[in-house]
Design a binder for this molecule. Structure first.
Ligand code: 5GP
Length: 197
């Protein structure tokens, strides 16, 4: 997605060879115009899948997921990272090791909002090692709902998450695919091809 790639090039900060900071439009301050386009693009890519629910994880998955939900006209459920006093009914839980914080969290959603008729689109902000996406797949499958695909805003394709999900037969649609963050520079998978056009 060209608009997103331009935003990453202009406003993203390469912290090291493995981590990209996008606090100015996705992870802290949110650009709603861009997120609307992101949501529209996810809706377009998954429009044949008869999606009934979107599942994401707090907090940075929520913005792209809500805009995708708006364009697909379906509800959005976000997994919580902390236990909530009000979230007590039929809790489904899974463990996820955070790539950026290097800590393991138990994430949970209520079984109340998913059932075996649901066709779920999982959305997250980043895909690195695939831990967050795999934990969300686990939660959806515990609820006996179907995972129809995974929508990722920024995939770091040099890390193994995408391959892991593909190996499980899951469809992954990433709107920006980063080939490398080496030397402080963002290089996209399709960059060379685009330069030649
Ligand atoms: P994974 O579970 O695939 O290893 O990592 C995905 C999660 O870690 C995402 O939910 C995201 O919050 C965080 N993450 C992974 N890599 C990056 C990165 O380069 N930058 C930022 N801002 N977050 C990341």
């Amino acid at each position: 997605m060209r608009l997103l790639e331009e935003k990453i090039k202009n406003d993203g900060l390469v912290l090291n060879d493995n981590v990209l900071k996008v606090d100015s439009f996705l992870n802290h301050q949110i650009d709603p115009v861009l997120m609307n386009e992101v949501g529209k693009e996810f809706a377009l890519r998954f429009k044949e899948e008869s999606i009934t629910k979107i599942v994401t994880i707090e907090s940075s998955g929520i913005a792209p997921a809500v805009f995708a939900g708006l364009h697909l006209n379906v509800p959005v459920i976000f997994a919580r990272k902390r236990k909530s006093l009000t979230l007590i009914d039929d809790l489904l839980t899974a463990s996820v090791h955070s790539f950026t914080k290097d800590e393991t969290n138990e994430i949970s959603i209520s079984n109340k909002y998913l059932n075996s008729n649901d066709r779920v689109l999982i959305i997250d902000d980043f895909l690195a090692n695939g831990q967050a996406a795999l934990a969300l797949v686990d939660l959806v499958q515990q609820a006996q709902a179907n995972v129809t695909g995974i929508g990722i805003v920024i995939e770091k394709s040099f890390q193994p998450g995408s391959q892991k999900l593909n190996d499980l037969g899951l469809r992954v649609e990433s709107l920006a695919r980063i080939a490398s963050l080496a030397n402080g520079k963002v290089k996209f998978i399709n960059e060379k091809v685009e330069e030649l056009i």
